[in-house]
Design a binder for this molecule. Structure first.
Ligand code: PEP
Ligand code: MN
Length: 338
């Protein structure tokens, strides 16, 4: 419920209502504005009836929050959120580019990838140290050794690093190595992991599950924010459909829909979204044009030798072509490629 207080309401009125909300077992939110105080009550709104807020002398109006995702929706929070990853703000006017290999393989591979993406204007680098693979026989990543390589390359290039977390017990282990945690598509429904990430303040890039609806995706983000971490960035990375020509179907509807309904920044991953190297540049442009806040792209210095996702990784010269051609699409959507 959104409770708007009258301009004449006092601080004591606000505190009394906040305490009543808490007493009933709902989560109270205090949002003092310039002219009016707005109070949020999150939880089962039916129990609020006993407070008879409609006839409270300090209350101007009551509005139920209609969406099930209350904290990440725009009803309580109409303005776009900006989440800082390292020194890079994501959301708002800027279009950010995160690029790097699917997996951390060797120090040389990682440094070459980072230098190539940095030289062409990437803002952040990516690289998986923990790889949740569909097959137990595929390369699973180098774990903490991979995180050390990421940290070293980040220090050498100045690019903040994002890397995937697959286990809630690794939150503290990863904390000193990464600027943001990435939650992969296969873990979007891992509620224990989401709650563990809610206990940190470090940003989380949450990828959409392979078969998750938009509502399920936003509710997964709600888990993190409800557990205390507001620094969530969403990432559309393609969903499973009947189509087999591409690895996934990149759902650009979802980007426009989520930008409409949620204040969180939204990234697009055209690499996993298509699974086809030749389609990464066109879909990166489409992501910019539809109003995404950035992209996360796989780039490898030698994709033929990649231990994972080489088929969809760009060569450095292709990444250069992407960066050289995306600007008009970013600007058409009213953003800047800073
Ligand atoms: C990845 O980013 O390399 C990855 C595994 O992505 P997703 O979780 O979207 O499949
Ligand atoms: Mn990958």
């Amino acid at each position: 419920m959104i409770i708007v207080l009258k301009p004449t309401a006092t601080e004591a009125d606000a505190q009394e209502i906040l305490a009543d909300i808490e007493r009933l077992g709902l989560k109270p939110l205090h949002m003092p504005g310039v002219e009016r105080v707005v109070i949020g009550a999150l939880g089962d709104e039916r129990v609020l009836r006993e407070l008879n807020l409609a006839s409270h002398p300090a209350v101007e109006s009551l509005k139920p929050i209609l969406t099930p995702y209350k904290l990440v929706g725009r009803e309580l929070h109409p303005h776009d959120s900006v989440v800082n990853v390292g020194n890079v703000p994501i959301g708002g006017q800027r279009f950010v580019v995160i690029a790097g290999p699917c997996a951390v393989e060797t120090p040389e591979q990682l440094l070459a990838a980072a230098q190539a993406v940095k030289a062409n204007g990437a803002h952040l680098m990516r690289g998986g140290a923990f790889k949740p693979r569909s097959s137990p026989y595929s390369f699973q990543g180098h774990g903490e050794d991979g995180l050390k390589m990421l940290k070293s390359v980040s220090e050498q290039t100045g690019l903040p690093v994002v890397s995937e977390i697959v286990d809630g017990h690794d939150v503290d282990l990863m904390e000193p190595y990464v600027a943001a945690y990435q939650v992969g598509a296969r873990n979007m429904h891992n509620f224990t992991l989401l709650k563990a990430l809610g206990r940190t303040r470090k940003p989380v890039i949450l990828k959409r599950g392979l078969a998750a609806t938009i509502e399920e995706f936003l509710l997964a983000a709600e888990y993190i924010v409800a557990a205390g971490n507001e620094n969530v960035i969403l990432c559309e990375r393609g969903i499973r459909t009947f189509e087999t020509a591409t690895r996934n179907t990149l759902d650009l509807n979802a980007v426009a829909y989520i930008k409409w309904k949620s204040h969180l920044p939204v990234l697009v991953d055209p690499s996993h979204g298509t699974g086809v190297r030749e389609l990464v540049i066109p879909l990166a442009r489409a992501a910019a044009a539809v109003g995404a806040d950035g992209i996360i792209v796989e780039v490898h210095p030698d994709p033929r030798k990649a231990l994972s996702d080489g088929h969809q990784s760009l060569y450095p010269h292709e990444f250069a072509a992407l960066m050289a051609s995306i600007k008009p699409f970013v600007e058409a959507a009213g953003k800047v490629l800073a």
